[in-house]
Design a protein around this ligand. Structure first.
Ligand code: ADP
Ligand code: ZN
Length: 554
């Protein structure tokens, strides 16, 4: 597909330079364009910043007819249309919150014999809910004027993904109705299972798949234990490594965003906050100031990011635990789009895990990057979706708990990619530590911890279980007479941090489960450990042993 002998090659080269001002093509762009222009269904997995838009914008320019683009977020659509209009490409969008007369006008234009638009952008719910739209598309199709269907952020189709959108599932109808119109599905995040789900739901059985490495060599990754001094640490980090540069700090809640922004302002940074419950105009204003460099640092929930095309973001800091490795990879991907070195720092504490888990089960997580409108998904996730979310979160915890293996390797494995950690060239915290590690059999410790959770009636927090295991004689321990348990102090001899590592490993392996509850009227959460009997059975029957890679200093 990289051949330059297609009938459109000359025009392609010329328009890429002339219209879009690009000196050349980026990896896979030419290949994708050639495949979709040859009439095939194409599925593109390309990391954020890879240049997906060009792969449908150039064909749209060259082919006769209209390109239909399904995109999840109105503000992203508006941003794209603005860019197209700037280079004199006529484009329109339809969304449910537009005035009816305005919608009528656009539909009328679609019906005209010489429709001026090259692009029609719509949100997925529009496809699912508007018969009028489908009828207009049919009419375009019979006039041979529906050139291509583009599905942006295609991973939203999949329930296994980190960003499932119910409206996306209805998009399969497009291939059914228009089997001869080429479909181009694009995403920046897809594991193998998500990919298969998407291909199936969209009916792209014979599609050509383009996939490139998700490794971003110019990003440096590290995970840092989150302490009470976290904000001071962030301030120091920025002043030391990224003074007066641009960055994003992802926070868990709206309150966190505001608090972090305020603190950074006190420290003298040009910071602002951004989250889902702000007015549209307010958000647009922040975005504008940020693109003009009037603001350097945005403290945001994940609602901020999509459609943010700033190439010179020099750092992405996660003030709290991200909800999945896919989400994390995508959020980090907003740094260093210009290819220059940039930092991704994650502040991790186990207690954030409990907080995020609670938010997921309550449905109070700030809605992801896009969706129909902003705001919280007030529906608590249930059943399989909740399970997937918790699993995704546990993988993230396991990533953070790992201080031995290459961060790139850990991320790329998740995308089904092979990676030699030597190629990291010490650009992650684990690779740059000069350390030896040992592999240690911790099965006995694991069993004792599980036993201890049972002995204390599955009613206590992980912190308490660890206290008892280490032999604490605190008042609280005595109050519950836990000093008289057989395993009280059984872990005394272990190196610092070893027992808690094992315990967290038991949680990420789903042998122990954090049962999270709201503990008081003020909404703080508490959590007690329970035993997952069926999983624990393997440990006690000898079917499963547990080995941990530990830095040899521990
Ligand atoms: P994605 O959607 O994959 O995250 P975009 O399509 O938004 O990426 O492109 C990211 C940035 O790269 C944009 O600023 C775009 O103008 C730029 N870009 C895309 N293709 C090229 C190219 N061939 N040469 C130079 N810049 C490009
Ligand atoms: Zn590494």
């Amino acid at each position: 597909w990289s051949s330059r002998d297609f009938p459109w090659t000359k025009k392609l080269e010329a328009d890429n330079k002339k219209v879009f001002g690009n000196p050349s093509f980026r990896p896979n762009q030419r290949e994708v364009i050639n495949a979709t222009m040859s009439g095939y269904d194409v599925f593109v997995l390309m990391p954020t910043g890879g240049g997906k838009s060009l792969t449908y914008q150039l064909p749209a320019l060259i082919c006769p007819g209209i390109t239909l683009v399904i995109s999840p977020l109105v503000s992203l659509i508006q941003d794209q249309i603005m860019h197209l209009l700037q280079v004199n490409i006529p484009a329109a969008y339809l969304s449910s919150n537009m005035e009816w007369t305005e919608q009528q006008e656009i539909l009328r234009e679609l019906n005209s014999d010489v429709c001026k638009y090259k692009f029609l952008y719509v949100t997925p719910e529009k496809v699912a809910k508007s018969d009028v739209l489908l009828r207009h598309l049919e009419s375009l199709h019979t006039r041979e004027s529906l050139a291509r269907i583009v599905i942006d952020e295609a991973h939203c189709v999949s329930q296994w993904g980190h960003d499932f959108r119910p409206d996306y599932q209805g998009l399969g109808i497009l291939k059914q109705k228009f089997p001869t119109v080429p479909v181009l599905a694009l995403t920046a995040t897809a594991t193998m299972s998500v990919k298969e789900d998407v291909v199936q739901a969209l009916g792209l059985a014979n599609c050509i798949i383009f996939r490139q490495s998700f490794n971003r060599p110019n990003l440096r990754y590290s995970v840092i234990p989150k302490t009470k001094k976290c904000l001071e640490d962030i301030d120091n980090f920025i002043k030391k490594f990224h003074f007066d540069q641009c960055g994003i700090i992802y926070c868990l809640s709206r309150m966190d965003c505001e608090r972090v922004a305020e603190k950074l302002q006190e420290y003298g940074h040009k910071a602002a906050f951004y989250h889902g419950s702000m007015e549209g105009a307010q958000r647009a204003n922040i975005q504008k100031q940020w693109s003009k460099d009037e603001i350097n640092i945005i403290c945001a929930t994940v609602a901020f990011g999509m459609g943010i095309n700033k190439p010179d973001v020099r750092f992405v800091i996660h003030h709290s635990l991200p909800k999945s490795i896919e989400g994390y990879h995508q959020e980090c991907g907003r740094a260093g789009r210009d290819g220059l070195p940039s930092s991704c720092v994650l502040y991790y504490s186990y207690s954030d895990y409990i907080r995020v888990k609670h938010m997921i089960s309550q449905g109070t997580v700030d809605q992801n990057s896009f969706g129909s409108g902003y705001g919280r998904s007030n529906v608590a996730a249930s059943g399989r979706i909740l399970e997937t979310n918790v699993e995704n979160l546990l993988r993230m915890v396991s990533y953070c708990e790992n201080d031995v293996d290459c961060r790139r390797l850990l991320q790329l494995i998740h995308f089904g990619e092979k990676f030699e950690s030597a190629n990291c060239r010490k650009t992650c915290d684990n690779c740059s530590k000069i350390q030896k590690c040992i592999e240690k059999d911790v099965t006995e410790v694991a069993k004792q911890l599980v036993e201890l959770v049972k002995m204390t009636g599955q009613k206590f927090s992980s912190a308490h279980v660890l206290e008892v295991y280490r032999g604490s004689l605190s008042q609280y321990v005595k109050k519950h007479r836990h000093e008289s348990l057989r395993l009280h102090g059984a872990g005394k001899h272990l190196a610092k941090g070893e027992a808690s590592r094992v315990l967290r490993h038991l949680v990420t392996e789903n042998i122990l489960v954090e049962d999270v509850k709201k503990s008081d009227l003020y909404g703080s959460v508490s959590s007690v450990l329970k035993v997952n009997e069926s999983k624990a059975y393997n440990l006690f029957s000898g079917a499963q042993t547990m080995r941990l890679r530990l830095p040899s200093s521990v």
